[in-house]
Ligand binder design. Structure first.
Ligand code: TRP
Length: 331
């Protein structure tokens, strides 16, 4: 039976849009979590290129490079293609077909209520949103439901999409019989890393530290990080809670948090010295990833091959679900 909440095999689907290189926010906010989940769950991780097209449809030629970079970074971070199935969304047509079928039973009003619909439109100045853009969360629901996933690990901003996925699953099950599990949201506990200017980390703000940055670039960017504007020179007391350097300290050197906090508040620790020490810790933490990346970049065919074979495997799994869906809908 497809739906079985007591089933031993717990399934996760998660995805990332291949729009630009991955940064430390992606690594610490999502990837590390995926890596730890793969021990206990059957994981499908999707490079969701069709989702990327909802906003980047004018420059599809950039997708190929971003897809490759994403796969390299996933593996460099420790996602293991032997255990986790890597897929390219557009190579697994069942995502698109289920999206179409689910779109028939999803009221437009549900989609207009999703907070990201307004937020992304404003952020990217989209004046005339496309049909596909409005349907973004339906495609995401299809991504998840086509694997009969039980859970989805995401950040807070994505929680409404998973909630909508549950609503769509419920509506489908009500109309055509119990087929889809209602997936749980596995909220990521990791604090979000801000950009080096303290705003949200985003390539459009130019405030990112990339997973592919060399040690020198990391040091350079850390040295440019914004700090408490009231702390102008060493000796001035600072406010750690408002300082981006401390957000990084918590992730890359939690053992030195007390030392840094006391020093900053008393004024004994200057920002320059603090940043230098933090940069060392970050470079060291990134070293294994840097080495693994370099290794993978030496054999790009192997990276493509992993995406190819993962997608093939996903085609098998998803066509079984699709057959059940078609049957349930009398198609
Ligand atoms: N919308 C997600 C994001 O922007 C990406 C995504 C697409 C996704 N499909 C998914 C995430 C399915 C989890 C599950 O981050």
């Amino acid at each position: 039976m497809a739906k079985d909440k007591q089933s031993k095999q717990r399934i996760i689907f998660s995805g990332m849009k291949p729009t630009g290189r991955l940064h430390l926010g992606n690594l610490e906010g999502a990837l590390r979590n995926w890596v730890s989940l793969q021990d206990e769950w059957k994981m499908y991780c999707g490079i969701v290129d069709l989702h990327a097209l909802t906003t980047a449809y004018e420059s599809p030629d950039e997708l190929r490079g971003d897809i490759f970079d994403m796969a390299v970074n996933w593996m460099a971070a420790g996602l293991d293609p032997e255990r986790t199935t890597f897929i390219i969304q557009s190579k697994v047509p069942a995502h698109a077909e289920l999206h179409l079928l689910l779109s028939m039973l999803t009221p437009i009003s549900w989609l207009e209520r999703v907070p990201t619909y307004k937020e992304v439109r404003e952020e990217l100045h989209i004046t005339s949103p496309s049909y596909g853009f409005l349907g973004y969360p339906v495609l995401q629901a299809a991504d998840i439901l086509i694997y009969l996933a039980n859970a989805v690990p995401v950040g807070k901003d994505q929680a409404p999409h998973i909630e909508l996925t549950r609503e769509i699953a419920r509506r489908f099950n009500h109309l055509y019989g119990d087929l889809f599990p209602e997936p749980d949201t596995l909220l990521n506990e990791v604090p979000v890393l801000p950009g080096i200017d303290g705003r949200k980390m985003s390539k459009s703000y130019g405030n990112t530290i990339y997973m592919s940055d060399e040690p020198e670039e990391i040091r350079q960017k850390v040295s440019q990080m914004f700090t408490d504007p009231q702390k102008i020179r060493r000796g001035d007391p600072g406010r750690p809670d408002t300082c981006p350097v401390f957000a990084y300290q918590a992730v890359y050197g939690p053992q030195d948090m007390e030392w840094a906090r006391t020093g900053c508040e008393s004024g004994d620790l200057g920002c320059v010295e603090h940043k230098r020490k933090l940069a060392d810790q970050m470079v060291e933490a990134m070293e294994p990833i840097r080495q693994k990346r370099a290794e993978l970049l030496r054999r790009p065919e192997q990276v493509w091959e992993i995406l190819e074979s993962g997608s093939k495997k996903a085609i098998e799994v998803t066509s079984q679900t699709l057959a059940l869906v078609r049957k349930a809908m009398s198609l």
